[in-house]
Design a protein around this ligand. Structure first.
Ligand SMILES: O=C(O)C(=O)C[C@]1(C(=O)O)C=C[C@@H](O)C=C1
Length: 101
């Protein structure tokens, strides 16, 4: 590429080069990532629905909406397995199940 193109063409394959072995490997791994993302979304929704059902059942039986000791166990599990990001994920999951407070 000519100097006049600056860095606009950096990382762009030359015309006519065709797909590389890396392209095929990347496409395959992206397929798997898409499957994983779909599973995460499905599991997220299933978890939130179960959490809401438990909360409704408990309140109908005169209990509290939240059980902080249980939340603590869940957050510890995520933090121990995944570190600080796991803790944030656990907090988001609990929030999704609780709905607006
Ligand atoms: O396990 C329960 O008792 C629930 O109500 C579910 C759940 C959760 O989403 O995991 C939601 C709210 C509670 O504070 C604790 C946990």
């Amino acid at each position: 590429m000519s100097e006049s193109m600056g860095d606009r063409t950096a990382g762009v394959a030359p015309i006519g080069a065709g797909p590389t072995p890396a392209d095929a490997a990347i496409a395959e791994m992206r397929e798997r990532i898409n499957e994983i993302d779909r599973s995460i979304i499905e599991l997220w929704r299933e978890r939130a629905a179960l959490s809401q059902r438990i909360g409704a059942l408990r309140m109908a039986a005169g209990g509290t909406r939240l059980v902080l000791s249980r939340e603590g166990q869940i957050l510890r599990r995520f933090r121990d397995a995944l570190g600080r990001d796991g803790l944030q994920l656990g907090l988001l999951l609990l929030r999704a199940g609780r709905g607006p407070l």
